[in-house]
Design a protein around this ligand. Sequence first.
Ligand code: ZN
Length: 184
Amino acid sequence: MKRRTLLKFLAAGPIFGAAGHVHAAPPKTMKDVEALQANWKALLAPGTPVPSAAEPLKLSKDEWRKRLSPASYNVLREEGTERAGTSPLDHEKRPGVFVCAGCGLPVFSSEMKFDSGTGWPSFFTTIPGAFQTSTDYKILYPRTEYHCARCGGHHGHVFDDGPPPTGKRYCNNGVALKFIPQKA
Ligand SMILES: [Zn+2]
């Protein structure tokens, strides 16, 4: 390998962290973001079942209550908001995939996460097709609410003050997510 090719390879490739985990550099261009969206399955633990958004999960209120913790039920089914700083997933930094706590649909990869300092797990993009959006007026100004494309569960709100290049901040309730580390 020529030196110039090697440097190019190193610049494009992942950076190995101190713990031996692979940390991808944050994306610089929308092309990088599209690559994250296309390659999220590389972070999925082997053998993880992946439901499809094309197979909707519809349950009654009672069935949801049985299936979810009270905190998850409040957020996913009643559009509640967890208290900032209460989710251990806010500090989750391992490689892996975040799935909907209601139905298991993969919604974010670890490479889409950033530290927003808000006290909620935050992401600058999503796995394609994971969410649908609506506008809510729960507080005085309109906000874009987003919910799981498979089970309709509410996850959070998306704002336009995220990091470049997307400029988006998906502010997600931790109790609406389940994290599956790439390596057990
Ligand atoms: Zn779901």
